[in-house]
Unconditional design. Structure first.
Length: 120
């Protein structure tokens, strides 16, 4: 059976609607998570050890800024103390999120929220 133009157009509209609904849902969840992290974080709680050419570092930085999460950052290529800390942690890559003194390899907003929610 050959699909008609109308059927193909209907299918395209359905796919676009589902895609838009999914994007809306994901964005809403991300915004809620960002608000939770921002409410839990205090200055000095979150430090990102990053590198200049790290795409995930850029993604993490943008997420933290967009959600008004207080954080500090150092770059291992520019800061010898930062590089020494990175080496001491024996990290296999960047970013390393140091949350209240505890290192997390990579960036995961939910994992960040959980670490900040723990009683300190």
């Amino acid at each position: 059976m050959k699909a008609t133009r109308r059927q193909l157009l209907g299918l395209l509209v359905l796919v676009l609607a589902v895609s838009a609904a999914n994007r809306w849902w994901v964005d809403g969840q991300d915004n809620a998570l960002g608000q939770q992290v921002a409410a839990l974080a205090r200055p000095g709680d979150v430090r990102m050890i990053a590198s200049e050419n790290c795409a995930i570092c850029l993604e993490a930085r943008l997420w933290l800024v967009r959600n008004a999460v207080p954080f500090s950052e150092c770059l291992i290529e520019r800061d010898t103390a930062c590089r020494a800390e990175f080496d001491a942690l024996r990290a296999t890559g960047t970013p390393v999120m140091v949350v209240r003194g505890q290192a997390q390899l990579g960036f995961n907003a939910e994992r960040l929220r959980l670490a900040l929610a723990r009683p300190g």
